[in-house]
Design a protein around this ligand. Structure first.
Ligand code: FE2
Length: 351
């Protein structure tokens, strides 16, 4: 059984058609003009529309142009034409009608036209449902792949830094805050994704810096600093060899540049530094200041934003800092919750 919408201004035509279609076993809704039919398709998905071509308020051609975009091409429309209205029938087909039936019709004419149109409806619906299902499965597969990548990268970044899981937490926090700040600054989905990857892998180049330099307890010599300052370029070379990480290289290569040109390795300044790297630098500073390190206690969010404001125009892009101020209340709330949780779970001194 199909649900069929009839639009015709003549009550006698509506009644005949309604009883014929009902006799074929279909559910029928009948309205008296194109405007009402155009409203009806917004409320209900019909399997078929049968419309007169000459109607007050909205004629059949105008009706087709209004309704067909609303039914997304999956509900066919048959138009009813006068016996000599061939030119109208042609215009209706050109406007997207699936078929036409001339008045007055024989019962078999309408049965054949309706059955053909409903078969068309079934084909279109099958194709639409198949496509929707395919898109859903692709989205699920992409989400699963992304989660797998992220898990691998977070773990990898933590191992690189030779630290415990707090480093992984730092990675995911910085990634999520970069994502939020990137969207605040109008980055699209792909660029936000590259920013997230760059945030997680920014120090990957340290794996090419000798341990004797990385783990040196005292101050580095000038030569050792020269080597240390190459880690962004080492990292860029690594990620650019891996197709799905290539977009991360802007952050990896430029995460130690500064807005005033006093950073490294290239001394880029202002907008020479990619936006993704400028975003990362502010977020990384915020997370570092508000996190516990072996050499310092965590600072409250307000101390972090004071320091970030102070460094706007020297270390940081002032526009990125302004955007950071807008999302700061969200970040501060999450930070306070993290600090409160750490205080609850802190070990109790013995003795
Ligand atoms: Fe670094």
């Amino acid at each position: 059984m199909a649900h069929i919408l009839i639009a015709d201004d003549e009550p006698s035509v509506r009644d005949v058609l309604r009883s014929q279609l009902a006799a074929f076993g279909h559910e029928v809704t009948a309205v008296e003009n194109g405007r009402l039919a155009a409203e009806a398709v917004l409320r209900t998905e019909y399997d078929l529309i049968v419309s007169d071509i000459r109607m007050p308020e909205m004629d059949g051609i105008q009706f087709l142009k209004t309704v067909l975009p609303r039914v997304e091409g999956t509900t066919p429309c048959i138009v009813l034409t006068g016996f000599h209205d061939v030119s109208h029938a042609i215009r209706a087909i050109q406007a997207g009608a699936y078929d036409y039936v001339r008045k007055p019709w024989e019962l078999d004419d309408i049965r054949l036209a309706v059955n053909r149109a409903l078969q068309r409806r079934a084909d279109l619906k099958f194709r639409r449902d198949y496509q929707t299902d395919l898109e859903r499965r692709v989205q699920e597969a992409v989400a699963e792949l992304k989660a797998t990548y992220d898990g691998t990268i977070v773990g990898f970044a933590a191992i690189l830094e030779g630290k415990d899981t707090t480093t992984a937490d730092h990675c995911t926090r910085v990634r999520d805050m970069c994502s939020r700040l990137g969207r605040e600054l109008g980055l699209g989905t792909d660029r936000v994704r590259d920013l997230e990857l760059g945030a997680m892998l920014h120090d990957i180049g340290k794996c090419k810096v000798p341990d004797a330099i990385l783990n040196k307890p005292g101050a580095l010599t000038p030569d050792e600093w020269t080597t240390m300052r190459l880690h962004p370029e080492f990292g860029g070379e690594i990620v650019e060899k891996i197709a799905f990480l290539r977009g991360a290289s802007e952050v990896v290569r430029c995460h130690h540049e500064r807005w005033d040109g006093k950073g490294y390795p290239k001394g880029l300044r202002e907008r020479e530094i990619p936006l993704a790297a400028r975003i990362f630098m502010v977020v990384d500073a915020y997370d570092t200041i508000t996190s516990k390190r072996p050499y310092k206690e965590p600072q409250p969010p307000e101390a972090a934003i004071d320091e970030i404001r102070r460094c706007a125009g020297t270390h940081f892009d002032p526009e990125v800092v302004a955007a950071f101020e807008r999302v700061f209340p969200e970040f501060a709330q999450a930070t306070r919750a993290r600090h409160a949780s750490a205080a609850v779970h802190a070990p109790v001194p013995v003795g």
